[in-house]
Design a protein around this ligand. Structure first.
Ligand code: HEM
Length: 322
């Protein structure tokens, strides 16, 4: 102890005495010895673990760092499998089997969503070939149809998916209505759904003008002419003229970017079709799916009961009072 103090004192004073150096050397030697000893025991253990890991990869550290639970088919591990995966956890870990039967949901909400994904994907690819200008729009469509490799199928996938999405969203709404799923507690989601229906139709309508062909031109001419009669906002609608609406400042003018269907209308349609409406629709879909979960999952048919079961006395607090 006295030595140590002395050595320490020497080192501290910066003289670098022999004693201090010897002490340091001893320390280093001991540490190295310990390390070598540890390696002697650790390496074989680690090697053994690695070899064991090759026999059963689910026991390796790499595997267990990614998958935190077993994958055997027990209800607990099945639930954990869903909860610990970022994509799967969007679904509930457990659902009512009857509620997801195709005979109940017709799969229509899901089909509508998948069609939206196809539309987004093919739509982005179409954007590589399309220019929203009066000079080029129709030429680009011809180019796609006749020259671009797989252009015809790409355009038709987009067109057919659009038609099917409109049909799908109506059928989905029809099934929700038939199963009474718009009732409490799903009223809010029904309203989100109504907005989704409107935005789906708007996507379809704005896409109509983009090929700049006769069909689209006249469809949009007729469609936007209806906007003239919008109450208060159209120059031919109720209270429109009284509120100062003219063909040059009313809602139709705003939609077309002018008083006729022309270059500005094409550009506006394009921007609404490719950016504005898809963003709003995507956000609404996220809310819609989230609400399906928050409202207790898909509504599900009324539980089926045999007559003799229905007659049996029920358990629980209510039954006790009966
Ligand atoms: C882009 C359009 C839409 C998409 C992608 C969509 C998607 C979905 C999905 C995937 C479900 C889960 C159950 C199922 O597949 O049937 C669902 C449920 C529901 N949707 Fe939609 N939907 C859309 C439009 C609508 C419309 C137009 C309405 C009604 C006006 C609506 C109202 C509802 C309601 C109330 C539920 C809950 C149904 C239940 O719990 O049984 N949705 N939707």
């Amino acid at each position: 102890m006295a030595d140590e103090n002395k050595n320490g004192g020497n080192s501290a004073s910066g003289n670098g005495g022999i004693g201090g150096k010897v002490g340091l050397l001893e320390k280093v030697t001991t540490t190295v010895k310990d390390d070598v000893q540890a390696l002697k025991t650790d390496i074989p253990t680690k090697a053994k673990e690695q070899i064991e890991g090759l026999k059963d990869p689910t026991k390796t550290q790499v595997y267990t760092s990614i998958f935190r639970h077993k994958h055997d088919d027990t209800p607990r591990n099945r639930a954990l499998g869903v909860l610990s995966n970022v994509f799967l956890h969007l679904h509930p870990a457990k659902i009512n089997r009857d509620a997801v039967r195709y005979s109940y949901t017709w799969g229509m909400g899901g089909i509508t969503f998948y069609l939206f994904i196809i539309l987004t994907y093919t739509g982005v690819l179409l954007m590589f070939y399309y220019h929203p200008s009066k000079v080029q729009a129709f030429r680009d469509v011809l180019y796609l149809e006749h020259d671009v490799p797989f252009g015809k199928i790409l355009r038709n996938m987009h067109r057919w998916a659009a038609h099917l999405m409109v049909i799908g969203v109506w059928l989905h709404m029809f099934r929700v209505f038939l199963t009474g799923s718009y009732k409490k507690p799903r009223e809010f989601n029904w309203n989100i759904g109504v907005l989704l229906l409107v935005f789906t139709l708007l996507l379809s309508f704005t896409g109509y003008l983009l090929p700049d062909d006769q069909l689209g031109f006249w469809a949009v001419t007729v469609g936007t002419n209806m906007a003239r009669a919008t109450p208060m906002l159209g120059h031919e609608g109720p209270f429109g003229p009284q509120l100062g609406m003219t063909p040059y400042n009313d809602v139709r003018f705003g939609l077309l970017g002018g008083s006729i269907v022309d270059a500005n209308a094409l550009l506006r349609s394009y921007i609404w079709h490719c950016i504005g409406i898809p963003i709003v629709a995507s956000v609404l879909m996220i809310v819609h799916f989230w609400r399906v979960r928050k409202d207790g999952g898909i509504s599900g048919p009324a539980p089926v009961m045999l007559t003799e079961e229905a007659d049996k006395p029920r358990r629980g607090p209510k039954a006790a009072g009966e």
